[in-house]
Design a protein around this ligand. Sequence first.
Ligand SMILES: *[C@@H]1O[C@H](CO)[C@@H](O)[C@H](O)[C@H]1NC(C)=O
Length: 329
Amino acid sequence: MIKLFQIFLVNCPLLFVFSTFDAQYPADQIHQDLVRNIDNQWPHVYEVLAQYTNEERQQIALRYKGTYGEELRDLLLRRVQHKEVFLGLIDKPAKYDASLLRDAVYRPGTDEDVLIEIFITRKYEEIMEIRKEYQETYGTDLYNDLDDDLSGMFKYFIFSIAGYNENRVSDDSTDLVEATREALNLMNPYNTTQCICLLSSLNLDQLWLIFDEYQKLSNQPIETLLNNEPDDDLRSGFLQIVKVVRDTPKYFAEKLYNAVAGFGTDNDALSRIIVTRSEIDLPEILREFEKQPWKMTLREAIVEDTTLNFKFALLGFLDHYHGRTMVHA
Ligand SMILES: *[C@@H]1O[C@H](CO)[C@@H](O)[C@H](O)[C@H]1NC(C)=O
């Protein structure tokens, strides 16, 4: 605790401003800006909101409603494109994730990539919380919806990592003997079921050890084995888990890179990743991003590829959140 406090002091001299958090001041600032800018462009609103944690933003929104009688959420969502980033600013993380999953399931053609990303990077308890929010918001059970929408081995995979089989324990102790045994099992001919069972345990440290043992025993990286999977979505899911295990910030940096590089911009992925990682590992992700084969920072890419409130909101997260992430890391 003391160590974190010192790190924070060094990195964020504004500590004392935040330690006496009062939702009234930002609520008033936001109101002034909303009233003043009748053109519906609010750079300062996002600058203000991004300086606070998600929990504090909840309080700001409550205070806003108390003082000015309007839902901040509705105000911000009015006339904006790419609503994800705005929902991410206002909603609790679990509710936000629930909305992402809802979109992934209900849009024409399931977005497998979003399902994979959310289920492999959220903890078991977080998934339970998301399921609760999903039920409260949409009135249906997340697992029922997934059950209707998915099929085959990919469904089995998603349900396994979602903790349905309860083999997904929140235990990060490691066991070398067990890792060696698992790695030896993988030496047999490729077996889809076996790989799903193994990868869905999601004890990242233990998986890291198993991958390491496998490499020693077989002289090839685990990716070579997993590339035997014929189903595209399943193979993609497996390889994404390996990336998360090896280096989670790098996994997200690569996804951001894919979102902005090349033709067009994947605005959904861009806002989803920036918002959901903002209080977890965004600074590390940005550092990794700069190692990508591109002479551009993520900030520059956003300035170039996005416009108006969407741009202000994303830049708010990048520019104003920086110092604060340290204390949550
Ligand atoms: C694949 O693995 C599963 C679970 O480990 C096992 O039950 C099944 O018999 C294996 N299949 C083959 C063809 O070895």
